[in-house]
Design a protein around this ligand. Structure first.
Ligand code: A3P
Length: 290
């Protein structure tokens, strides 16, 4: 995909760019009539916000919560191995039919704007965990990921990526538009907002909040096991079996403030200006720390 001209490996849907190798307009259309369930466990996050980290935690919580139901647990293990349905906007449109009757709480994720999600989510009171991360670290992580991951358009230089990121000309669109749209839902009781940075600072507290929000029943021992399995080191060591060849691209540094390795002072100021303009006055903006 790296040799394909950039305009050929992306398509635009409702004004936002997506990679053709991961998404398709047919899947977006099928998603509109997807029936979310009240017990679904949904994760929403802009790319590179730590989605795979939180997905690991959510999957472990659901598995531990299911321990009393052996049949459902076995079924879930079969599906987890395939792992083909988690991201709502990835894959073929037929997958929604396949996951319709899964007899366990489905862990689902998305990088989509809230307005692009199926209306059944709010109609059926499905809960969403919304994850955010500071835009500077997201940008640096996204740059490295775009260049390491053949399914995404690549960028010749950091400066080129930085400009595209600030203008929202990257796949999944503008970080800032994304945050502005999610901020409009900040008082929604069915949406819990959490940040990458607060999880880095105090993971056990974050995991306990997530556990309460989704009403999982969990012993201290089980929580500790979830914690142990979700450390950067543990996930990095296990990355080949969980994410195949993309594992080493996905688990890069897992640190706060890595933006300092690439940002120039002018870029730092530009990002701060953009943040001021779009998010500084919002409740979600106030949660995003860096
Ligand atoms: P870096 O590129 O800054 O290292 P996503 O899963 O949304 O694509 O996000 C990927 C980012 O989350 C990467 O950031 C990755 O290292 C980080 N990450 C993944 N697992 C993590 C963990 N267990 N703890 C902290 N950060 C993690």
């Amino acid at each position: 995909a790296q040799d394909v001209p950039p305009e050929e490996n992306v398509f635009s849907y409702k004004g936002v760019l997506y990679p053709v190798l991961l998404c398709s307009p047919a899947t977006f259309e099928a998603l509109e009539s997807f029936e979310a369930r009240s017990d679904d466990v949904l994760l929403a996050g802009y790319p590179k916000s730590g989605n795979n980290w939180i997905l690991q935690i959510l999957n472990d919580l659901v598995t531990a919560d299911l321990k009393k139901n052996k049949e459902a647990l076995e079924e879930r293990m079969k599906h987890e191995e395939k792992g083909d349905y988690t991201f709502l906007e990835f894959g073929d449109p037929g997958k929604f039919e396949r996951i319709k009757k899964l007899p366990f709480r489905r862990v689902l994720a998305t990088h989509l704007l809230p307005g692009c999600l199926p209306t059944s989510i709010s109609k059926n009171n499905a809960k969403i965990l919304m994850l955010s991360r500071n835009p500077k670290d997201v940008a640096v992580s996204y740059f490295h990921f775009s260049n390491g991951m053949p399914l995404l358009p690549s960028f010749k230089t950091w400066d080129e990526f930085f400009n595209a990121f600030v203008c929202g000309e990257v796949v999944w669109g503008s970080y800032f538009d994304y945050m502005i749209e999610w901020n409009k839902r900040i008082n929604n009781k069915n949406i819990m907002f959490i940040t990458y940075e607060e999880l880095k600072e105090n993971l056990i507290l974050g995991v306990k909040k997530i556990t309460e929000f989704f009403e999982f029943s969990m012993t201290e021992e089980e929580l500790q096991a979830v914690m142990d399995r979700s450390s950067f080191q543990a996930m990095n060591e296990n990355s080949h079996s969980t994410h195949g060849t993309f594992g080493n691209i996905l688990f890069r540094k897992g640190a706060i403030s890595d933006w300092k390795t690439l940002f120039t002072e002018a870029q730092n100021q530009e990002m701060e200006r953009k943040f001021e303009e779009c998010l500084a006055e919002t409740k979600l903006g106030a949660k995003i720390m860096y």
